[in-house]
Design a protein. Structure first.
Length: 109
């Protein structure tokens, strides 16, 4: 998790720094529904590379937004889920969905 000194003074800039790229937002969108395994996310996020998905998940985990659970099975199973902090972003993503739907409807009329 980043320290207070590592974060911008502006709260909006802080949010953008934590989740402000396309892939992180889409990862969060998926994890709002349920925990996902790595390959499930990779298949669902059309166009994301394994490297970018790995880096994004690690970053979200380091920031306390996503948790990674490793199950002692053969083969090993790893699931990614939202933490309570990640779950607190639900209203932000819900608002983005509402706005995006309204924008698309306006453009289609």
């Amino acid at each position: 998790m980043k320290t207070k000194d590592e974060l911008p003074d502006c709260p909006v800039a802080t949010t953008v720094q934590l989740i402000g790229n396309k892939w992180k937002l889409l990862i969060l969108r998926d994890l709002l529904a349920r925990p996902w395994r790595f390959n499930e996310l990779r298949r669902d996020l059309d166009g994301i590379s394994q490297k970018v998905l790995t880096e994004s998940l690690r970053s979200l985990e380091e920031d306390g937004i996503v948790s990674r659970t490793v199950y002692a099975e053969v083969p090993p199973r790893v699931e990614y889920a939202l933490t309570d902090l990640g779950e607190s972003m639900r209203p932000i993503l819900d608002a983005m969905q509402v706005w995006g739907s309204a924008y698309k409807a306006q453009k289609n009329s």
